[in-house]
Ligand binder design. Sequence first.
Ligand code: ASP
Length: 420
Amino acid sequence: MKKKRFSLNAWILGGAAAGLFLGMFLRLSPGTPGTSLVLGACAVAGGVFIGLLKMILMPLVVLSISSGIANLADHARMTRVWILTLLFFATTTMFSVAVSMSAMNAFRPGAGMDVGIFKSEMASFHAEGLSVGQFFVKFLSGLFINPFQALAETQVLPAVVFAILFGAALVAAGEKSRQLRVLLSEAMAVVMTMVEWIMWLAPVGILALLAQLVATQDLRLFGSLGTFAAVVIGATLFHGLVTLPGVLWVLTRIGPFRFFQGVREALITAFATSSSSATMPVTMRCLNENLKVDKNIGGFVVPLGATVNMDGTAIYESAAALFVANLVGIELNFTQQLIVFFTAMLAAVGAPGIPSAGMVTMVMVLQAVGLPAEAVAILIPIDRPLDAIRTAVNVEGDCVGSCIVQRWAGGPRQNGKIEP
Ligand code: ASP
C-alpha cells in the first residue's frame, strides 16, 4: 500500500514535469496544426480529469459527513469526552483558518494576474453584483433546498447542511438506524476506492492541464505559485510550532520538547504517507506509550480527528480560495471571506484522511463563492509537498487534542475504562 503511494507521487511529479516541458515546447511553435492538435488533446484529457473530481465530490462530502457524525453514536455515553473533543477541534480549526486568511490578506500572492484561462467560468460571477446584505440573505436561504436538487446541481453547501442533519438524525434514531449506519460506512469505503482510482489518473490529467496552462498563459503565474506555497507553509508551521504547542502547554503543562519527542514517529509517518488515516495506528501507539494517554481516549479522539480535525487542510483550503480569487482578479468582500472561512472549515471536516483529499474538497470552497473549480489544476503540481506538511499538522492536532481531553476528561484510569 505504502509502496503504491510513493510510486503515485513519483508519477504525479513526472506528469507535472512532462506537462511543463510539453507546454514550453508548444509555446515555441504557436499556431501550427500539430500544436493545435496536441492542445486539443490536452483540453480533452484535462477536462476528463476535472470532470472526475467533480463527479466524486458530492458523494464523498455527503457520505463522509453523515457517516462521520453517525459514528459518534457509538461513543455517546462519553458525553464529556466528545463535547471537549469537538470544542477543541472547532476552536483550533477556526484559529488556523484565521491565521491563514490574515497571512493571505497581508501578502496577497497572485494579485494583479487576471488569468485568462478561467474567463468563461468567471462570466457568471461578474453578473451577480449583489450588495453584502443581499448576498447574505441569498446565501442563507440557499442553504435549505431539496437535497436531490443540491446533489444534481453540485450545490455543495445545501448538501452539507442536509448531510449534517441526516447524520444527527441517524444518531437520534439509535438502534433503528443501525443497518443504515453500516451501509453508509460501506458506501464511504467504496467512494474512497473510487477516489484512489481517480488519483491514478492524476499524472495524465496534470500533464495535460499544465501543458495547456504553460502554452497559453502568462508565465508570471508560476512565480505567484511559489509565493502562495511559501505563505501556506509559513501559516501551517506557525500553527504547528506556535499555536498547537502553546494551547497544549496552557491546558496541560506538557512542554513542547516532551510532546514532540513523544509524537515524533507519528508526525514523520504522517509526513511520509500524506494520510492521517494511514498514520492512525502509529499515532495511537505514540500517545499511549509515550504520553500516557488512555487507550479509550486516544481510540476515540484519533480516529474521529483523522476524519474531521484537519487544521493543516483548513489552512490550505482557505488560502487557496483567496489565491484563486487574486489570480482571476476578484476582490472578495467581507461576507465572501466569511463564507470562505466557514466552508474551508467544512471542507476540512469533509475531507477524508487520505493523500490529496483536501484538493478534492477544495472545489467546494471555490464554488461557495463562485470561483472556477477548474483552478484546482493550478494547485495540483504543488499539492504533494504541501500535503505532506499539512498532514503532519493535521495529525499533530489530533495528538494535542488527545492530551487535552486526557487531562480534562480522562478521570482516573480503571482497567482501561474512562471514569468521567
Ligand atoms: N492528506 C491529508 C490528511 O490525510 C488530507 C488532505 O489532503 O488535506 O490528513
